[in-house]
Design a protein. Structure first.
Length: 323
């Protein structure tokens, strides 16, 4: 690690942009609520090619500011409740621990494409992007492995958003092991006209009696991914939260039915919802499924994407700016 009086001095101008991917849960096994209020998980994450970009620019004062553009920007908080803001402040504290209390300010800008409150880890992805960008500004180690402990302090999905690809998540989803995935997957995502609260979905999950299987590792799915057997992958997709999400939002059942009837190999609620994810066999099928879903009044928009995608990536830019 490079040591210096001021970790920002080597970078002028100091602007960093990081691209981050959305995720879909190919399997989500949820255990009974633990005494600490959390549910143990066994989930298979896949990063997909829907991206946000997080740009950090050093300020001359100590303030943090946050602005948002893009889809659903007005739904994103721009204060300290935003995970990207918290990620920057966490890195600032790490800088203070290394070099003394120099609380440099940062302007954060998030350009949104990942659906907001859609079960696709948009907030967690932005936090991962802000971690990587802030670490680069501070000259801290910024590899996904080195940032994992900080990521886990921000949220359960943040560690995976750093690494991307395909991974098994245990515990709260933050204990990761890579999963071999042969081949590429085509997806259609149908976002909802209304968001769905993750805590509300977990509460309804508990009220409905939880899951008999709980947080069991989905070995059949892991085997199908390793073999590159798309039909077996489709047969193995699962989500223990799906029944709770549909109970709260019954119209999601119609979305799943229409997508399957239009040619998807299968469909499921993504994470805690309300976004629905459809695995399709090819590009032509993706267009047909997308068109059918777009005609539903409860669907806000559809997106076609591929996976697996990379995790948080620094984007190239002019010399001295990183952006």
């Amino acid at each position: 690690m490079v040591m210096m009086d001021d970790p920002f001095d080597l970078l002028r101008p100091t602007t960093v942009t990081v691209r981050v991917s959305a995720k879909v849960n190919l399997a989500l096994g949820v255990g009974s609520r633990a005494p600490d209020g959390f549910h143990p998980l066994a989930t298979i994450f896949e990063a997909i090619s829907i991206y946000d970009e997080v740009t950090l620019t050093r300020r001359d004062d100590s303030r943090i500011t946050l602005t948002v553009s893009g889809e659903d920007a007005d739904q994103v908080p721009t204060d300290e409740t935003n995970l990207a803001w918290q990620a920057v402040d966490l890195i600032r504290n790490e800088c203070a621990a290394e070099w003394g209390d120099r609380r440099h300010g940062v302007d954060i800008h998030v350009d949104k494409s990942i659906p907001v409150a859609g079960g696709m880890a948009g907030g967690s992805a932005d936090a991962a992007g802000a971690l990587v960008a802030a670490a680069a500004l501070c000259r801290l180690p910024d590899s996904p492995e080195e940032l994992q402990p900080l990521a886990a302090r921000l949220g359960s999905d943040v560690p995976f958003c750093l690494t991307g690809g395909v991974a098994l998540g245990r515990g709260r989803g933050d204990r990761l092991a890579p999963v071999i995935c042969r081949g590429r997957h085509r997806w259609v995502f149908a976002t909802s006209t209304r968001g769905l609260s993750t805590p509300a979905v977990y509460r309804r999950f508990d009220e409905l009696g939880g899951s008999r299987a709980g947080e069991i590792v989905p070995n059949d799915l892991i085997s199908a991914l390793t073999r590159g057997d798309i039909d077996a992958v489709a047969d193995s997709l699962s989500n223990d939260l799906q029944a709770a999400a549909i109970d709260l939002r019954p119209e999601l059942e119609e979305v799943l039915t229409v997508g399957r009837q239009a040619g998807a190999l299968t469909g499921l609620v993504s994470g805690s919802g309300p976004t629905c994810a459809f695995l399709v066999p090819d590009a032509a099928s993706a267009k047909i499924v997308s068109a059918a879903l777009s005609r539903l009044s409860q669907v806000d928009r559809t997106r076609i994407a591929r996976g697996p995608a990379a995790g948080a990536q620094l984007l190239p830019g002019p010399v001295g700016s990183f952006a």
